[in-house]
Design a protein around this ligand. Structure first.
Ligand code: HEC
Ligand code: HEC
Length: 236
C-alpha cells in the first residue's frame, strides 16, 4: 500500500514538473506555425474574432474601442527595448488574469480565458509580433479590386465573416449569408446608417456608424466588392 502511494505521489510530482517545464517552454518557444500577419494567420484570425471587437490594433485593422489601443499600449515598451518574448508573456498573462478595469474603461472588464491552449499561444504570438511596431500595416487584401482593400482597412472583417475577403469575424452577421438577399441600396444603408435597420438577431449588437464618412467613390468600390460591380443586388 505504502509503496503504491509513494509511487503515486512520485508520479504526481513528475507530472507537475513536466507540466511546469512545458509551461516555461511555452513562454519562450514559438509554437505558432504562421505569424506572417496574413489573412491565414490563425493568431490574426482569432484576434479579430475574439479581441478586435474591444481593441484597436493596426495590423489587424481592428476597430474596437472598449479596451485600450494595443499599438499604443506596447509602442513605448517596444521602443524601450522590450523583446517579443516578453511582450508575448505579458499578453498571455493579461488573457489568463485580466486586470480589473482601470480608469478610462469604467464598467468594462476584459473577460478571462477568452482563448486557451494553442489558441492562446497563437494570439499572444501574433500580438507580440505586431502590436506597436512602427509603420506596420494590415496585409494586402485578398479579393478583387480596390473594394477588397477598403473592406480590410476599415476593419469590416473584425466583425463579419465574408469568404471573398477571407475574414472570419463573428460579432455581426455572416455576410455570405445575408448579402445575397440584400439590394445594393440596402447594403449601402447598412454601411452608412447602420442604426436605420438592425439585422435580425443582432438587434442589440452595434455596428459602428462612422462609415458615413467614407468618400463616395470608396463606398461604391466597397459595395462593388460586396455585391458585385454594377450590380443592383438581389432581393429587390
Ligand atoms: C469585452 C472587451 C474586451 C475583449 C473581448 C478583450 N479585451 Fe483586452 N482589455 C479590455 C479592457 C477593458 C482592458 C483594460 C483593462 C485594464 O488594463 O485594466 C484590456 C486590456 C488588455 C491588455 C493590456 C493593455 C495595457 O494597456 O496594458 C492587453 C494586452 C489585452 N487587453 C489584450 C487582449 C487580447 C489579446 C484579447 C483577445 C484574446 C482581448 N484583450 C480581449 C477589454 C477587452
Ligand atoms: C464592430 C463590429 C462591426 C464592424 C467593424 C462592421 N460591422 Fe457590419 N454589422 C455589425 C453588426 C453587429 C451588425 C448587425 C446590426 C445592424 O444591422 O446594425 C452589422 C450589420 C451589417 C450589415 C447588414 C446585415 C443585415 O443582415 O442587414 C452589413 C451589410 C454590414 N454590416 C457590412 C459591414 C461593412 C461593409 C463593414 C466595413 C465597412 C462593417 N459592416 C463593419 C458589426 C460590425
Amino acid at each position: 500500500m505504502t509503496r503504491t502511494r509513494t509511487a503515486a505521489k512520485l508520479s504526481t510530482l513528475l507530472v507537475s514538473i513536466g507540466l511546469l517545464s512545458a509551461l516555461v517552454a511555452g513562454c519562450g518557444a514559438d509554437t505558432s506555425a504562421d505569424i506572417s500577419g496574413g489573412f491565414q494567420d490563425r493568431g490574426r484570425q482569432l484576434f479579430n474574432a475574439k479581441c478586435g471587437t474591444c481593441h484597436v490594433m493596426e495590423q489587424a485593422a481592428s476597430q474596437g474601442v472598449q479596451g485600450p489601443n494595443l499599438d499604443t499600449a506596447f509602442a513605448a515598451a517596444r521602443e524601450a527595448g522590450m523583446d517579443e518574448d516578453t511582450i508575448k508573456g505579458i499578453v498571455r498573462y493579461q488573457i489568463e488574469h485580466p486586470r480589473p478595469s482601470v480608469q478610462g474603461y469604467p464598467g468594462i472588464s476584459m473577460p478571462a480565458d477568452i482563448v486557451t491552449g494553442n489558441d492562446l499561444q497563437d494570439v499572444a504570438a501574433y500580438v507580440a509580433r505586431y502590436a506597436g511596431v512602427p509603420g506596420v500595416k494590415p496585409p494586402v487584401a485578398p479579393g478583387e479590386g480596390q473594394g477588397a482593400q477598403i473592406y480590410a482597412d476599415q476593419g469590416c472583417g473584425s466583425c463579419h465573416t465574408f469568404a471573398a475577403a477571407q475574414s472570419a469575424g463573428v460579432l455581426g452577421p455572416d455576410l455570405d449569408e445575408v448579402l445575397p438577399g440584400m439590394s445594393r441600396a440596402k447594403v449601402e444603408e447598412a454601411i452608412v446608417d447602420p442604426n436605420a435597420t438592425k439585422a435580425k438577431g443582432y438587434e442589440n449588437a452595434v455596428m459602428p456608424d462612422r462609415y458615413s464618412s467614407l468618400p463616395p467613390q470608396e463606398l461604391e468600390q466597397l459595395i462593388d466588392f460586396l455585391v458585385g460591380p454594377g450590380s443592383s443586388g438581389n432581393g429587390g
